[in-house]
Design a protein around this ligand. Structure first.
Ligand code: SF4
Length: 331
């Protein structure tokens, strides 16, 4: 079975008490069934506290946030469950975060979530981030449409090479990634496998581009569920920046994370637009790119509801039409 992961994946170590944000803030942590059963049966003070803070909703169990923090969070920044029972007692969410696992049956892809500040630091500090693949024993039958996956794997390689082509500006690279995404969607829909003509694509983009609307984009994000006050304020008071070369890293991260997921619903293009919109938004909001991208990830990527709304809006919201996205990148 093949395992694919970013080359920086194994360097991640949680910085716990030194973390500037912490995954133990703001979120109600989803607790897997086995851990929830174990926690509810624990004797003593820790068990009593866990029974107070666990609640069930829509068939899932969660740990309720108290005063903006996980109730297991200690003032030294460490987790009470881990301190008293050891790391193996952590629920699946806390044990794995910020590691992402996409198990396709006969291959697995790993990644790190950008919403973790330490993962964001590692990602944006990496000079040569790329995917590495290794073979391990085991594996099951593919659980996906193999033809579609072949298209997605091939086109992902192409878009990653477009994004890492430093002979073009970062804006041009994003324009080309957007237009290539459109071509890749056509291939996924059963169309011919064509070579990508970057010069023709840029000429088409220049002809199509219309003035974009960053304010409308920010207003859209204000309409989504907002977790932190700082994000609300950033959206209300943007500080537009010049597009940074580091946007290539953000775009690459999103391509690696979402491209193959289109095998589940054959909708690649909304994910491509999601990537472009993310790059445009963090640039519009300004500030340190890694910090803004981390906050974006925490607010958007970590909310399945926000991601679903954004993927739909990528097709339907007037601020996200192709011509306006191109305009924001080119005009
Ligand atoms: S956000 Fe990342 S670095 Fe911070 S406490 Fe959580 S896992 Fe550790």
């Amino acid at each position: 079975m093949l395992i694919t992961k970013p080359n920086y994946f194994d360097t991640f170590r949680c910085i716990a008490g030194s973390c500037p944000d912490s995954c133990c803030k703001e979120w109600d942590v989803q607790v897997d069934a086995a851990s929830a059963a174990c926690y509810r049966n624990l004797p003593g003070a820790l068990g009593n506290r866990l029974r107070e803070v666990l609640y069930d909703e829509d068939g899932e169990t969660y740990m309720a946030i108290t005063d903006g923090r996980c109730p297991m969070w200690r003032t030294d920044g460490l987790c009470r469950i881990q301190a008293e029972l050891g790391e193996s007692a952590l629920c699946k969410t806390c044990r794995e975060f910020p590691r992402l696992t996409h198990d396709y049956g006969d291959f697995i892809e790993y990644g790190l979530e950008l919403s973790c500040p330490e993962a964001a630091r590692i990602l944006f500090a990496s000079e040569d981030a790329h995917l590495v693949t290794e073979e391990i024993p085991g594996g099951e039958s593919p659980e996906y449409d193999t033809e579609a996956m072949e298209v997605l794997k091939r086109t992902r390689k192409t878009v990653l090479s477009i994004l890492s082509d430093h002979s073009r500006s970062v804006e041009e690279a994003l324009v080309l990634a957007l237009l290539y995404g459109y071509q890749a969607q056509a291939e996924l829909d059963g169309g011919e496998c064509l070579s990508f003509d970057a010069e023709a694509a840029l000429a088409e983009a220049r002809a199509l581009a219309k003035p974009g609307d960053s304010e409308a984009m920010a207003e859209f994000f204000q309409s989504l569920e907002i977790l932190t006050e700082v994000w609300r304020q950033r959206l209300a008071s943007p500080s537009p920046a010049v597009p940074s070369e580091k946007l290539r890293i953000l775009a690459q991260y999103m391509v690696e994370r979402y491209w193959l997921q289109a095998v589940s619903d054959y909708d690649l293009y909304s994910r491509v637009k999601f990537m472009v919109i993310a790059c445009l938004l963090v640039t519009y909001l300004g500030g340190d790119l890694a910090d803004t991208a981390q906050l974006f990830s925490k607010e958007i990527e970590n909310s399945a509801e926000n991601v679903d709304i954004l993927l739909d809006a990528a097709y339907s919201h007037p601020a996200f039409t192709d011509d306006k996205l191109l305009g924001l990148l080119m005009l």
